[in-house]
Design a protein around this ligand. Sequence first.
Ligand code: FES
Length: 157
Amino acid sequence: MLVMEKNFLQEEIEKLVETFGNSRSALIPILQEIQKKHHYISEFAQQEVARLLDIHPVEVYSVISFYAFLSSEPKGRNIVRLCQTITCDLAGKYSVAKAIERELGIAFGETTKDNRISLEYTNCVGMCDQGPAMLINDKVYTRLSPEKAVEIINEIK
Ligand code: FES
C-alpha cells in the first residue's frame, strides 16, 4: 500500500472513530463502514482500528473472521452468497452452485478477474421455506433453479 493511500485510510478511520466513538462497541460499525467502502479491511486498516480503539489487532482480526460480511481479503464489487444450510442444500443448492460456477468460470471462494463478482457460501439467510436462496450484496433471491440463478447472475455480470 502506498504511503499516500495509507494516509487517506488513516484519516478516514480517524473520522469513523470521531463518528462512532472509541469504545469497544464502535468496533463493528467502524469495520462495516471500511468494508462498505473498500470491500475489505486491509491489515493496515485493522492495525489502525486497533490502535485508535486501544485494543489488540488480534481482536479486530477475530471479529472480521467471525462475521461473514466482513473480510480481510479484497472482494469483488458484488458478493454472491449462496445458502449452504441443510434446507437449501436439500432444495437443490448443489445444482444452483454448479450452474453459477460454470457461468462465471470461477469456484465458490473465488472472485472474477475483473473484480466484479465474488462467490461465497453462507449459512441460513432466513428463507428456508423458499430455498435454494442466495444474497447478492443485500438483496435476497429465493426459489432458485440453476437457470434462474444464471439469469440473475447475468444481470450483474
Ligand atoms: S436453510 Fe437456506 S435460507 Fe435457511
